[in-house]
Structure formats: structure tokens, C-alpha cells
Design a protein around this ligand. Structure first.
Ligand code: NIG
Ligand code: FE
Length: 412
């Protein structure tokens, strides 16, 4: 089945297949073709160029994109889409003056979501999660990572991961699964964190590996949650099962999680609201992608990741949503891109690079996703008629998307 998109006002993010991520000053460049065509065969991009170069206009379906911009789908490399129920009461508690930490200390926060998830059956969990996934696909997300971490018992963690597996089997977009058993210390282990880590290492990890339920390993390396030593111990053990780390670091405090991640060859270190000069130095010339989650900063009123400091030091940066019931009840990548521009002073070019190719890199997907490249999957956003791509983050409250395509098929 072939499709030919013609008269595209501007085709964004044209890359060679060798370009796996974009770093530093190069993030200011977003290669584009104005007045372009794009040819798709089955699920693949097979060619593209300026309309003047279009010699053969035969195709099963021809789509006129006059006035419309086409770009690769958003690649959301950090979400917790599988969860049970919401936490709007904590939202109101925060408005009334309680901090995220105070709410967590009262048994709210991650433990609140864990309790609800443990009480929710697998089909209900699947159905709640699928509604959220379908929403973000409509919002232009064409590749997504989903974490466990609201189970906190072996049974409930496996339940979450099985739901992620079922989502993978049900939807055509690529989904990567991350095992985040070390998200918080459950109350049964309140004074025995080591006991819980032992359970993760000796019981959960082997089962997750045996049933091939995860691609990545994650841990919340943070004051009051898991230490750098805990992180090192878990990641070392997880490496023996082949799990690649993508870890939560520096959300509230900088305790050395970035260094630990880099030491363990983490694919990404995520959050980074608090970043030291040493963290920046440690990330230079590594394979580790820093990932910022501006919707989280927006929602719980914490600092934004210092994107300028990171990019101006020559590092790459990816943007993701962190979609979860506590700190970010939104999986809207359009809002993430806009917030990165408005609050983190990223240029639209930097933000689009961060939300496409660099996001794909942070999921080990940049061979097939994240840019307009011959041979990559045809996962696309087709905008409504808009004046320029700068309009996407500028019109932050508008839905600028006309159609989305996953693997060569329009999603209705
Ligand atoms: O990425 N920081 C840790 N985990 C989630 C939030 C967890 C929650 O409050 O439910 C995050 O922000
Ligand atoms: Fe998160």
C-alpha cells in the first residue's frame, strides 16, 4: 500500500540514518524542506524531497497537504501511563499549602497509587491505561516508554508489566517497558528498605527477566527514596539480566545519581530539575541522554530543568511528559514542547529535536523513529494549516494537529 503526501508546506526533521541524536549547538538546527513531497510504502518512509523533484506521482492514495506541516511523531521516552485512579485530592491539598513531600509523608503520593493499583484487577487496569494511551496517540505521540512502579509487590509489579505487554500487543506504535520496582519503599518495609531492595533483586528482577516483561530498569534515586548506593547495587544486578538503565535522578536534590547512571551506562537520566556543574561535566562524552520533564515542573511547581545550561555545555537533551497520576497528569507532548520553549528558553528547533530524535534515542529507537529518514517508520504528525512551525509552541493551548499516522496508517 503506497501513500504520497504532496504540497507539504514544510517537512521537518530531515536526517541521515547515521544521526542518532542531536547535541549542543546543533540542536538549534532543524533541517527542513519547504514545498515537499513524502512517499510511504507500507509502514516505511521511502523517499521525500522538493515538489520539483517529484517525477512519479503514482500512489494508491495521494494526500494533498497544502498549508500543512509534516513532522515525525513525538517520541515520549518517560511515562507512567499504567496506573489506577487519580490523585486530584492531593492536587487540592497542594493548592492549600502542603508540599509534595508532606503529602508523601502522610501516606499519599506513590504509596497512595500503589494501594489503588494493588486493589485493581488487570482488565480494569488495562482499560484505564488504554484510554490514556489512545489520547496521547491522538496528541501526536508515535513512540512511548511506560514504567511499572505503582505495584511495589511482586504480584502487582508483574501485573503492571503484563498490562504494558498487552498494550504493546494491542497498539501498533512502539512501546518500551521499564521495570521501576524501586519507585518507593512500601509501607510494609517502612523501616527495612534493604529488605525491599532484596525483594526486588532476588524475586522481582528474575521474574521480570524470565517473562521478558521489561526492556529497561529504573530507580527513583532521591533523598528519602533510594540512595546512590542502592542505585548502584540494583543497576549492577539488573545488568546481569541485560536490563539497560533509565533512571529518575535529581528531581528534588542532587545526590550523585547522574554519576551513578553514567557509571552504569544508563541510556538516560531523567528529571534533572536540580543540576550541578559536576553533573554537567559527568554527562559530557557519554552515551547517556539527559531528559527533561517540564510538565512535572509546571504541575508541582518545582524548578524547570536548566536546559540552557545543559545544551550550552554541548550536551544533548530530550523532552518527555512523565505522564503519571501524582506529578504530571498529562501526556500531551505538544504542551511539553511549548513549556520547554516558554519556561526553559529552548528554541522551537531545540524543543522539536528534543521531542523527536532525542526522545527516540532515549528509548533505543532512533534507528527506526524520530526523524524523516529513508527507511524509518512512517510515524507522522500532519498539522492543520498553520503559519510556521514556530506556531506549534506559540499557540500552546490550541490543537494544531490535523492527522496522525503510525506505521503508514492514519489513526482515527
Ligand atoms: O516521575 N519521581 C518519581 N516518580 C514520578 C511521580 C510519582 C508520583 O507522585 O506518583 C515522577 O514524577
Ligand atoms: Fe517519572
Amino acid at each position: 500500500m503506497s501513500k504520497l503526501l504532496i504540497n507539504i508546506k514544510e517537512l521537518l526533521q530531515i536526517r541521515k540514518s547515521t544521526e542518532q541524536k542531536v547535541s549542543g549547538a546543533a540542536m538549534k538546527e532543524l533541517p527542513t524542506i519547504k514545498n515537499a513531497f513524502l512517499r510511504i510504502e507500507d509502514d516505511l518512509i521511502v523517499s521525500f524531497g522538493h515538489m520539483d523533484e517529484l517525477l512519479n506521482n503514482q500512489a494508491d492514495q495521494i494526500i494533498d497537504c497544502s498549508g500543512q506541516i509534516v513532522l515525525p511523531s513525538w517520541c515520549d521516552s518517560h511515562t507512567h501511563i499504567v496506573y489506577a485512579g487519580n490523585r486530584e485530592q492531593e492536587f487540592v491539598d497542594r493548592i492549600n499549602g502542603l508540599s509534595y513531600e508532606e503529602i508523601a509523608n502522610r501516606g499519599g503520593g506513590i504509596l497512595n497509587s500503589a494501594k489503588r493499583l494493588q486493589e485493581t484487577d488487570e482488565d480494569t487496569l488495562f482499560n484505564e491505561s488504554k484510554t490514556r494511551l489512545e489520547e496521547v496517540i491522538q496528541q501526536g505521540t508515535g513512540a512511548v516508554e511506560i514504567k511499572s512502579g505503582y505495584g511495589l509487590t511482586t504480584e502487582a509489579e508483574l501485573k503492571m508489566l503484563r498490562v504494558i505487554k498487552r498494550l504493546k500487543e494491542t497498539y501498533s506504535l512502539p512501546i518500551k517497558a521499564t521495570f521501576l520496582g524501586a519507585h518507593a519503599v512500601p509501607k510494609e518495609f517502612k523501616n527495612n528498605k534493604q529488605g525491599y531492595l532484596d525483594l526486588i533483586i532476588h524475586e522481582m528482577l528474575p521474574k521480570v527477566a524470565e517473562h521478558k516483561l521489561a526492556d529497561f530498569i529504573d530507580i527513583f534515586c532521591e533523598t528519602g527514596y533510594f540512595s546512590v548506593e542502592d542505585t548502584e547495587a540494583l543497576l549492577e544486578k539488573a545488568a546481569t539480566y541485560g536490563f539497560i538503565p533509565k533512571i529518575h535522578v535529581n528531581q528534588f536534590t542532587a545526590i550523585g545519581g547522574v554519576q551513578a547512571g553514567v557509571n552504569q551506562q544508563a541510556l538516560s537520566v531523567d528529571h534533572l530539575e536540580i543540576v550541578t556543574d559536576k553533573d554537567i561535566e559527568v554527562l559530557k562524552d557519554t552515551i547517556t541522554m539527559p531528559v527533561a520533564l517540564p510538565s512535572c515542573s509546571f504541575f508541582i511547581s518545582i524548578p524547570y530543568t536548566p536546559a540552557r545550561k545543559i545544551i550550552d555545555a554541548g550536551l544533548p537533551l530530550a523532552l518527555a511528559t512523565d505522564f503519571n497520576p501524582g506529578t504530571t497528569p498529562s501526556g500531551n507532548m505538544n504542551f511539553v514542547v511549548a513549556t520547554a520553549c516558554i519556561k526553559m528558553k529552548m528554541t522551537p528547533e531545540e524543543a522539536i529535536n528534543a521531542a523527536t530524535l532525542n526522545g527516540a534515542y532515549a528509548m533505543n529507537l532512533s534507528n527506526d523513529y524520530g526523524s524523516i529518514t529513508e527507511g524509518k517508520k512512517a510515524n507522522l504528525i500532519i498539522t492543520k494549516p498553520i503559519p510556521s512551525y514556530h506556531y506549534l509552541p506559540y499557540a500552546f493551548g490550541s490543537n494544531c494537529i490535523d492527522k496522525v499516522m503510525i506505521h503508514g496508517e492514519f489513526i482515527s
